[in-house]
Ligand binder design. Structure first.
Ligand code: SAM
Length: 421
């Protein structure tokens, strides 16, 4: 989501992006507030531009995103070197804000939730890129007790089907072959009687769109209509990111996740009945206030029962304004206990991911070639249908094409292979 917003910011400015702050006219730190570490990172990044701004007062420095929304005008007081604070909903207002600063040298805070034309600015698209995100929704109507997203991104607003398809079509016409629909709870998307399954079906009718992905799905919003669409639309990739957060019903209830462990497992089974080779990844929070050793064991037993393809796991971080931050004042899991649990869970996941990757050796996978491998420019890189990175040797003109690659090695974070003819 933040990557998408950063690309919208680039487009809103209509300027060439640079990695070199010294040559930039405008410097914007786009921030995430989901965990305390991310928000500290935002402050330290901003601090870095203090002396640059002192030496070049003509440069405009701003903060955008969720940290901007959370702290608002306090940031202007705390950081005299910044010119503006821009909440995530206010990106369409950025061009006017920059003009006003240039004209009047007036420091600005824009953190209103009521922005019209919320989806107006589309993201910057690098020529030749074959994958792209399309936002279908902003904000969130769920009230998970640990999560700051509804506070900083506001309530859920769904984009119109027409607008989503228009942006998707435009991207496909520019050469994009894989679209990822994004939203905080993407599969709760609805508009005028259309539901998420209908959106997938409509996208499936777009000529030359080879792959459809979406993230992040909310377990309770998985419906038969959605499962049927996943089964019927051939472009839908067989990978689903479905955050479970915990395997303990007691913790799930305190998190206000609205489902039980049994319900989650049953949903995975229903999905796999429809799409038998579906790979599933998840998010887990460790050390939620009141999580006992027994609760953690239940999370480990869920990991063993489902055998996720991969998982992102985090130590609970109390966030301002959330209900769980209050629980944490009364009942906190000791940091070393939480660290030990996190290490145990991550070691288990590593093992499963490696085994799953090794089990692909000898298989021929379809790969949409995205470009050179990040680690070795002699290799091309792309993703399999199941969202595994697969690197292989091949000519550069394969970029943008879908090719068959035989897997020769299964590593922890990727696969290696060779072109199959
Ligand atoms: N709307 C998305 C969802 O519900 O899955 C939110 C995604 S959030 C950016 C990614 C993950 O961060 C969540 O799934 C959760 O595991 C984790 N997370 C969110 N709030 C957290 C907190 N206070 N402490 C630790 N992890 C948190």
């Amino acid at each position: 989501m933040n990557e998408y917003d950063s690309d919208r910011i680039k487009n809103a400015l209509g300027a060439e992006p640079t990695d070199n702050p010294k040559s930039a006219d405008i410097i914007i730190i786009n921030t995430c507030a989901i965990r305390e570490k991310a928000d500290q990172k935002a402050f330290s990044s901003l601090g870095k531009y203090k002396s640059l701004k002192a030496n070049h007062p003509e440069k405009i420095v701003g903060i955008s995103g969720c940290v901007a929304q959370l702290y608002g005008d306090k940031l202007l007081k705390k950081m005299p070197h910044i010119d503006f604070v821009l909440g995530p909903r206010a990106i369409p207002k950025l061009p006017d804000i920059i003009s006003a600063i240039e004209r009047e040298k007036k420091r600005t805070v824009e953190t209103s939730y009521d922005i019209e034309e919320l989806f107006e600015i589309e993201p910057y698209h690098k020529e030749g890129k074959v994958t792209a995100f399309v936002s279908v929704q902003q904000g969130c109507n769920k009230r998970c007790s640990y999560c700051i997203v509804p506070r900083v991104r506001g309530d859920e607003v769904n984009r119109s089907l027409k607008d989503i398809l228009r942006e998707t079509n435009n991207l496909v016409n520019k050469g994009v072959r894989e679209i990822t629909f994004i939203g905080q709870t993407v599969n709760s998307w609805k508009e005028n009687g259309y539901k998420f399954g209908d959106l997938i079906r409509a996208a499936g009718d777009i000529e030359n769109l080879e792959r459809i992905r979406f993230t992040t799905s909310y377990p309770r919003d998985i419906t038969k209509r959605m499962i049927d669409a996943m089964k019927d639309v051939p472009q839908v990739c067989h990978h689903l990111h479905l955050p479970v957060q915990s395997g303990s019903n007691k913790v799930l209830s305190m998190m206000k996740r609205t489902y039980t462990r049994e319900w989650y497992v049953d949903t995975i089974n229903r999905l796999k009945d429809a799409v038998p080779d579906l790979s599933v990844s998840t998010d887990i929070i460790i050390g939620f206030p009141g999580e006992t050793g027994q609760d953690f064991e239940e999370t480990m037993s869920l990991m063993k029962e489902v055998e996720f393809e991969s998982s992102y796991s985090f130590k609970f971080s109390p966030r301002p304004t959330t209900a769980a931050a209050d629980y944490a004042e009364k009942e906190t899991v000791e940091p070393d206990v939480a660290s030990a649990r996190l290490s145990e869970l991550q070691a288990y996941q590593k093992d499963i991911t490696s085994k799953k990757n090794q089990s692909r050796v000898g298989q021929v996978e379809e790969v949409l070639v995205e470009g050179e491998s990040k680690n070795d420019p002699n290799f091309l890189s792309g993703r399999t249908d199941h969202n595994r990175i697969l690197n292989f040797e091949g000519a550069k003109d394969l970029v943008g094409k879908t090719v068959k690659v035989k897997v020769t090695e299964g590593l922890l974070n990727s696969l290696r292979g060779e072109l199959a003819v």
